[in-house]
Design a binder for this molecule. Structure first.
Ligand code: SF4
Length: 460
């Protein structure tokens, strides 16, 4: 079934799917042709994307695009559904430690307007509830809760507060007022330990005062009690330790995949599929076992392509470090069409990629990992980490992709770019990618191509 790597349109995938089936493709329970997501779920954006042609990537897309369906099945089988908001990678580790509990991020509705090319009307509906375009696309979540069409109503809804952006905080509060009870937990803004204060090392290399770790640990213990009650079994230390081991298995697979794809001279897998793969880290796309299977298949495909010396993105492509997820997935295709490739990323959930320490009491380990969230500390901390990753992955240019309306840090682009310039001398740009970027193509194209040209000129 192995074939030379290439990118296919949705139309071309019809023939590829038929070919894979003829060659005996074994599919998972959520398998099928990609086109059905357009026909059955109106995921119209797929018609404008270019997809990797491997069976492993088909499985990845089918896994991503069937999440709502799979959650509904899980509920029908008696599973409890937890909606966990904003922490991107912490509470799901606890939830999936318990049998019969699934956690998902309603925040994921962020991408629904893109996938459905705004035919869902979620952004417009949010405006009727007073949440207009001055908020980032996460406002789609509010309408999705109210119309009940994009994810099931959770049995328990948990949201972090404190070191959280204004957009999310305002929308979640509005949600609660509209009849969706929320369990809030406090995430303090991470700060450097003061002289004489006990400091705690966090995964990823940062530090926080022990008192902040204790605060988060106590909050997580409170949530653990509630999750245990929901599941009808206590979330004790052994259960959580096993959950952490399983979460780390997923994180290890992802780390191996990122190292291989971002570190290789030519890329064996495209940026778009890698973005989707990275997202599996935050809540395993509602099925931890399958998330491992999906990542394992991608890793095997990438290894096989490299063994055969076949890359989907050639070695000459400019190595770009990308900051923030793009509201329009098409932007990842465009970067490669214009001569770039992703060699490293900070999609705002770096802490979900870090291994959770297994040699500490489990709640302490999880609390430390939660505090390593790049979005709960200063932007300068985040910029330092980006600079270190740019070095490690030999980046030649940096793109800071702004999210329309996002309030998390109005100055992040300037801060990150300045440090990148001072420390590495790399060219960078800041651009904004809306949920559908087609109207901005001329501007995006000239800005990105200008950046790539500058990076290429520096090679000589
Ligand atoms: S994109 Fe930024 S502003 Fe929007 S929810 Fe995420 S952190 Fe908040």
């Amino acid at each position: 079934m192995s074939t030379a790597p290439t990118k296919l349109t949705l139309d071309e995938w019809d023939a590829r799917y038929a070919e894979l089936r003829r060659s005996g493709l074994l599919e998972t329970f959520y398998g099928g042709p990609l086109r059905r997501h357009v026909l059955q779920e109106s995921d119209f954006r797929l018609r404008h994307l270019r997809f990797d042609n491997s069976a492993a990537s088909l499985r990845l897309w089918n896994f991503l695009l069937t999440e709502n369906e799979r959650l509904a099945q899980a509920r029908a089988q008696g599973n409890k559904i937890v909606g966990t908001m904003k922490d991107l990678g912490t509470v799901p580790v606890m939830a999936y430690s318990l049998a019969g509990v699934r956690a998902f991020y309603p925040d994921g509705a962020w991408w629904t307007p893109c996938l459905m090319e705004c035919s869902d009307g979620l952004l417009q509906q949010a405006e009727t509830f007073g949440i207009d375009a001055s908020f980032c696309p996460v406002r789609a979540m509010l309408s999705a809760f109210l119309n009940g069409e994009h994810f099931p109503r959770p049995d328990l809804l948990i949201c972090s507060t404190g070191a959280v952006c204004d957009d999310f905080s305002a929308i979640a509060q509005r949600l609660e007022k509209m009849g969706f009870p929320i369990v809030w937990w406090e995430m303090p803004r991470r700060r450097d330990p003061e002289p004489g204060e006990t400091a705690c090392a966090l995964p990823g290399g940062s530090k926080a005062p022990q008192i902040q770790v204790e605060c988060v640990r106590e909050e997580l213990a409170r949530l653990g009690g509630m999750l245990g009650e929901l599941a009808g079994q206590p979330l004790d230390s052994d259960t959580l330790a096993e959950g952490i081991r399983q979460a780390n298995d997923v994180r290890r697979l992802l780390a191996a995949l990122r190292l291989l794809v971002y570190g290789s001279p030519g890329a064996p897998l495209p940026a778009l599929e890698m973005l989707v793969a990275e997202m599996l880290a935050i809540h395993f796309c509602s099925d931890r076992g399958e998330a491992s299977g999906v990542l394992r298949a991608l890793l095997a495909e990438a290894q096989e392509r490299l063994r055969r010396g076949q890359c989907i993105i050639p070695e000459e492509a400019v190595r770009v470090f990308w900051v923030n997820p793009v509201a329009d997935l098409r932007a990842m295709n465009l970067l490669e069409e214009w001569g770039g490739r992703i060699c490293g990323s900070d999609y705002m959930f770096g802490h979900a990629l870090e291994l959770i320490p297994e040699d500490l009491p489990p709640l302490e380990a999880l609390a430390r990992t939660a505090l390593a969230d790049p979005m709960v500390g200063s932007t300068l901390d985040r910029a330092r980490r980006i600079v270190a990753d740019c070095r490690a992955y030999r980046a030649e240019a940096v793109v800071v992709s702004r999210i329309p309306g996002a309030s998390h840090c109005a100055r992040e682009g300037a801060i990150i770019r300045q440090l990148v310039r001072e420390e590495l001398g790399l060219p960078s740009i800041e651009l904004e990618v809306p949920p559908i970027c087609d109207a901005l193509l001329p501007t995006l194209s000239s800005r990105v191509q200008g950046l790539l040209e500058t990076a290429r000129a520096r090679r000589s």
